[in-house]
Design a binder for this molecule. Structure first.
Ligand code: PMP
Length: 422
């Protein structure tokens, strides 16, 4: 039995099927945009640990910062013995996050935890309990994250009942028949039929839906949401966990719109591969929770904080926002050039290097999940790791490191081309 096959068999016997795994190979090492498996096969990583590695695997600056931190101390629990890095990273995020006025930041470990705490803060600050999210949204696998998530299969199956006072409105996706006007109308219907807007603490949305299919929220939609929030005293939470840190060609996707949120959740590429999430918000909101109400044993781990400080330097030094725009434009151009010969390509879209291609059955509006799965499988056979997404699982999303070498990027585009044509 091969090394991979042996590990695969052990995995199936020792771990639950609920932890779904894409690859049938196990990693041995990784560098920037490349991964090698335990049998020495090389893969180009266009998944980047699900949007975690905008600065690539083991960026030398991130690795050096973590090594230095490890030599000093690795854990005290910030709430017991604090350290400067936590405060410095909070100061840095408070400066760059698109929220108006004085800000404060708290750190956690996972994206779902940042979302949970955004809800806690919104409830404590407003004294209200209702939360509105959108269909197709993904906000995590914890109980509240799952309740906010707008996709049943597989995230909610068998896990109910969901926490109370969570509502969903349709996210505007014109290609699926939902316009911005439809979404806004549905929100008003929600206020009439289900929940008094004066009882709603927050509306949470991803400025570009991630797991839901890389649908970009139109500026006019965000402007309208902001207006509705201001009218009713509702807080606007932008979940930038997948969109943040230069992925969309700006530090945050909200930077594209000039619309300010009240609270922003971050995780994934914040710390270049180390578990760290953040919640930044208007200072008076962030101070609503009583001392001890926020935090966690590992929240804001010194090593992850050191990594994040290095990541923010790398984004600036290597001009990753500009690079995201350039890489995204090249990828979209290649995908668009395939449209004439591949009738299944229904849409090519994205902001910066947060790009996706959506497949429908040829000549119809019917989502073609099988086609997306086939492209993914063919790409994997050729050494390119791709992720699918979408409520109908008919979308391939591209999340390669923004630091990918030009030659590797060109090689990946050729593999993608071959996989789609296959
Ligand atoms: N929000 C968004 C927008 C996400 O993309 C994700 C992860 N895919 C989460 C929340 C949850 O993050 P985590 O898996 O780190 O809990």
């Amino acid at each position: 039995m091969s090394k991979n096959a042996d590990l695969h068999a052990r995995r199936l016997a020792a771990t639950p099927r609920g932890v779904g795994v894409l690859g049938d190979f196990f990693v041995e090492r990784a560098e920037n945009s490349l991964v090698w498996d335990v049998e020495g096969r090389r893969f180009i990583d266009f998944a980047a640990g699900i949007a975690v590695l905008n600065t690539g695997h083991r960026h030398p600056k991130v690795t050096a910062a973590v090594k230095a931190q490890l030599d000093a101390f690795s854990h005290t629990c910030y709430q017991v013995v604090p350290y400067e890095g936590y405060v410095r990273l909070a100061e840095t995020l408070n400066e760059i996050v698109p929220i108006t006025g004085p800000k404060k930041t708290a750190f956690f470990t996972t994206g779902a935890e940042a979302v949970e705490n955004a809800v806690k803060v919104a409830r404590a600050a407003t004294g209200r309990s209702g939360i509105i999210a959108f269909s197709g949204a993904f906000h995590g696998r914890t109980l509240m994250g799952m309740a906010l998530t707008g996709k049943v299969n597989p995230y909610k199956i068998g896990f109910g009942p969901m926490p109370a006072d969570v509502y969903h409105a349709p996210f505007p996706i014109p290609m699926h028949g939902v316009t911005v006007a439809d979404s806004i109308k549905a929100l008003h219907t929600l206020f009439k039929a289900d929940v008094d807007p004066k009882r709603v603490a927050a509306i949470i949305l991803e400025p570009v839906q991630g797991e839901g299919g890389f649908y970009v929220a139109p500026t006019e939609f965000l402007v309208e949401l902001r207006k509705i929030c201001d009218e009713h005293g509702i807080l606007l939470i932008a979940d930038e966990i997948q969109t943040g840190f230069a992925r969309t060609g700006k530090t945050f996707a909200m930077d594209h719109h000039g619309v300010k949120a009240d609270l922003i959740t971050m995780a994934k590429s914040l710390a270049g591969g180390f578990p760290l999430s953040a919640l930044t918000g208007r200072a008076e909101l962030m101070d609503a929770a009583a001392p001890g109400g926020l935090g966690g044993t590992y929240a804001g781990s010194p090593m992850a904080v050191a990594a994040a400080l290095a990541v923010l330097d790398v984004i600036k030094e290597e001009k990753l926002n500009e690079r995201a725009e350039r890489l995204g434009a090249a990828l979209k151009e290649r995908l668009n050039s395939l449209k004439a010969s591949v009738p299944q390509i229904a849409d090519v879209r994205g902001l910066g290097f947060m790009v996706a291609v959506e497949f429908n059955k040829a000549g119809s509006h019917e989502p073609d999940a099988d086609f997306a799965k086939k492209v993914q499988t063919e790409a994997m056979k050729r050494g390119l790791i791709l992720l699918t997404c979408g409520v109908y699982s008919n979308v391939i999303r591209f999340l390669a490191p923004l630091t990918i070498e030009d030659a590797v990027f060109a090689e990946a585009l050729d593999i993608l081309d071959a996989a789609i044509k296959a």
